[in-house]
Design a protein around this ligand. Structure first.
Ligand code: NDP
Length: 452
């Protein structure tokens, strides 16, 4: 029998890599994990967590305005540098916690870029290490199109660490990152213009989320330019000039590109061992996260399927369960809830109306929708409306999709996602007692189908 240095060697100490490694170690596997940057990865250090802290930090602008309607005298201004410093303290603290978690679970961290040199062998930090299984969890990085002047643009990595707040920001792209940073910069006081090549933001989301969020962002003064392809960026001193293919120019102090993220597959030695990378650039895996090479697995953003932290974690833990706990755990990508931390935020789970209509036919789908002014804003005077929507399969009554734009949408949708995952019906929603007064109660109070 071949003996290996480790049972599992993980490449990449982000959320997926750390979670899978720890789970494997908890079952007695001998595990090492290589990381070429910082322990914690994108979500903890330059993604979800610091982003959400900036969302909290900038949203106080709204809270202070709203407080006036309730009788408060409030006058405050944001010290951007202090916000960034506080955010960095927290991400440093979390990095420390991640390191402790690894050592507490007896996973050996190795700093360095790991390369697979044979099916069960990696080279890292000048060492050659063998392992029975290898798990690739290297994540993804921002993808920038090759247009003239792209070197003047920043990505979400730099946007999280800007030393000062740019007065005018151009954001290119209309996905998660674009709309989240639009909210952060706008609430912090910047003038924000979003350039999207298509007609609407958030492609792939339910049409009512896309339209409602567009309306709310526009009310806040965020300019959204549909059908605008950026052709070039020029620097003129401190000013950046964005020119579209139509020839329009727009002067700003920062240009943020949020045009997708591409898998980190470079320098891993994938070709040499025969790990197949698909057309979209992700490592091809089956439902067990197996690559085309036996004993090599891949999870999370590097597989370019669902680029969401909890999905990477579930995939990686599934591998540990399957390999080290005799608990076969294939990946389940059904009804994955997600949130966009725009201002106001969005929450969504299950099918969009469009997807449901494609599957069940237009007459096979019932739509319930409510748009209303949240109670809080009766006194605050804020002109912000909430949108909530149920997509129901007409024949069975099963709730197939739930979508919301409005305060607390991510918190509310997380709860509702259990009902959708469990396959509950509109009748189950109807017989659930409301909690009053909340916005969430609308989900159990919708009676009238939307007429089409
Ligand atoms: P997305 O894939 O969400 O959006 C990319 C956007 O860029 C789309 O609007 C797309 O337009 C546009 N685009 C792509 N290429 C070009 C180009 N060459 N020129 C102009 N526009 C272009 O990517 P993000 O970068 O926003 O985020 C990456 C991923 O990270 C997300 O998909 C998500 O999975 C994850 N993420 C999740 C978050 C969360 O859970 N809250 C937060 C942040 C990121 P079009 O629609 O026309 O294709």
């Amino acid at each position: 029998m071949t003996s290996f240095d480790y049972d599992l060697f993980t490449i990449g100490a982000g959320s997926g890599g750390v979670a899978g490694s720890r789970r494997a170690a908890s079952y007695g596997a001998r595990v090492a994990i290589a990381e070429s940057w910082r322990i914690g990865g994108t979500c903890v250090l330059r993604g979800c967590v610091p982003k959400k802290l900036l969302v909290y930090g900038t949203h106080f602008a709204h809270e202070m305005e709203d407080a006036r309607g309730y009788g408060w005298t409030v006058d405050g201004s944001l010290d951007w540098g202090k916000l960034i410093a506080a955010k960095n303290r927290e991400t440093d603290r979390l990095e420390g916690i991640y390191k402790n978690l690894l050592s507490g679970s007896k996973v050996e961290p190795i700093l360095g870029h790991a390369k697979i040199v044979a099916p069960n062998t990696v080279e890292v930090a000048g060492r050659t290490i063998t392992a029975k299984y290898i798990m690739i969890a290297t994540g993804a990085k921002p993808e920038l199109p090759a247009i003239p002047g792209i070197e003047h643009a920043i990505t979400s990595n730099e946007a999280l660490d800007l030393p000062s707040l740019p007065k005018r920001v151009a954001i290119v792209g209309g996905g998660f990152i674009a709309v989240e940073f639009a909210g952060i910069f706008r609430s912090a006081g910047s003038a924000v213009t979003i350039f999207i090549r298509g007609e609407k933001i958030l492609r792939g989301f339910d049409i009512d989320i896309r339209d409602h969020l567009t309306s709310e962002m526009t009310k806040q003064g965020i300019a959204i330019r549909p059908g605008s392809k950026v052709a070039r960026i020029d620097r003129d001193g401190a000013v950046l000039r964005v020119t579209t293919e139509a020839g329009d120019t727009h002067e700003v102090d920062a240009v943020l590109y949020a045009t997708g993220r591409s898998p980190n597959t470079g320098g891993l030695g994938l070709d040499s061992v025969g790990v197949h990378v698909d057309k979209a650039g992700g490592i091809a895996v089956d439902e067990w996260q197996r690559t085309t090479v036996p004993d090599i697995y891949a999870v999370g953003d590097v597989t370019n399927r669902v680029q969401l932290t909890p999905v990477a974690i579930a995939e990686a833990r599934g591998i540990a369960e399957t390999l080290f706990n005799a608990n076969p755990s294939p990946t389940d990508h059904g009804e994955i809830p997600s949130a966009v931390f725009s201002q106001p935020p969005c929450g969504t789970v299950g099918m969009t109306q469009e997807a449901a209509e494609r599957q069940f036919g237009v007459d096979g789908v019932d739509i319930y929708r409510a748009t209303f002014r949240p109670m809080k804003h009766t006194l605050s005077g804020r002109d912000e409306r909430t949108m909530m929507k149920l997509v129901v399969e007409a024949e069975t009554g099963r709730v197939r999709g739930v979508h919301m734009v409005g305060s607390d949408a991510p918190e509310i949708i997380q709860g509702v996602a259990i009902a959708v995952k469990a396959g509950l019906t509109k009748k189950d929603f109807d017989r659930t007692v409301a909690i009053h007064p909340t916005a969430a109660e609308e989900f159990v109070l919708m009676r009238e189908k939307v007429k089409r």
